[in-house]
Write a protein that binds this ligand. Sequence first.
Ligand code: 5GP
Length: 320
Amino acid sequence: MTPTIFERIIQREIPATIEYEDDDVIAIRDIAPSAPVHVLIIPKRVITSVDTLDDADAELVGKVFIVARTLARKFGIDASGYRVVTNTNADAGQTVPHIHFHLLGGQPLGRMNSGAERSHAPARSGVLRDAGLIVACAIGLAITFNALNTKSIPWIKKEYERITLDSSEITTYIAPVAPTASPAAEQPTQQQQSTASTATASQPAKEQSTFVPTPGVVREITHAQFKAFLASGPYYLIDARGAEKYAEGHIANAVNFYGGEAEARIPDMLQSVPKDRVILIYCDGGECELSHHVADVLKRFAYGPIFIYTGGWAEWTTKK
Ligand code: 5GP
């Protein structure tokens, strides 16, 4: 069976912020926290959910609660209050099929059972119920279609912070050093055929630069700045458009990570994207949502600096 994301975190294949660990249990910060304190307490043994627990797991589950208490004290939420919950199977919204317990706190958490109360409310009328059913089916079909479609639409439009790079700042992210004859950029880990570009990564550098890591920095850049980065030092170039557009043509050496699937491709990205290079991302141009989706994920995993070429493919094909 394919290992779950939690098994990969336990095996140190994927990074996570570890708050506690012993032979039986690991506790990590949730990647998308629902409260100021949101820690996942995960038994290391491969157990799918509460539903597949054995009697022999009683001690392990007891330990989980002792770890929860210890962490609550560590985070100073023991007196104010906290919640320890575990989701089991689809109706509860379990998304990772490896048993885990959410420790939540740091703010008032509200009541737990509003959803259950709603489902017990008496039905208003048959007509309303049928209409609701039809709408629900239509939404369900749309969600399924969207999920199966490679060009699926991200459901929630996220507002990204859009900061442009001042040209005087370039040397903050790549420090110029003496010219050498070494290549401007090493080949990306996935070698790609280019149909569209004159800028190749194997051209000798006019001026070499050293990489200055700045985790979490995301800046939008112009065509001229993009070209300066291509020419100045090792970079990793990502095309955030869909696979079909990428196949039709892309900038030389670009690797394709579709922005609409950025969350799903986290394991691939962590494996492929190096941390010792400037990361350049482009999509069609304009709002650059697809590029921002990719940048957002990489930023979470402490990549940086990351530069989004806002002109994107549309501008590149006219200017190069
Ligand atoms: P569930 O929905 O199964 O009860 O909870 C799964 C939790 O795992 C979610 O809250 C989700 O944010 C978290 N999660 C999913 N992938 C990762 C990851 O790669 N790293 C971390 N730290 N948490 C993750």
